[in-house]
Design a protein around this ligand. Structure first.
Ligand SMILES: [Zn+2]
Length: 43
């Protein structure tokens, strides 16, 4: 599976990624984008 954040597109190996389900699909998101997802903002 490709390690790439579906939100910001980051693919750095040093970054931490978490698996999540978005629109019924398994995706990876980096921890940098987590706060944004948690707060429900698209910006
Ligand atoms: Zn990201």
């Amino acid at each position: 599976m490709q390690t790439k954040c579906y939100v910001c597109g980051a693919e750095e190996k040093e970054r931490v990624y978490l698996k999540c389900i978005h629109e019924g699909e398994e995706k990876l998101v980096c921890v940098g984008c987590l706060p944004m997802l948690i707060h429900g903002s698209s910006h």
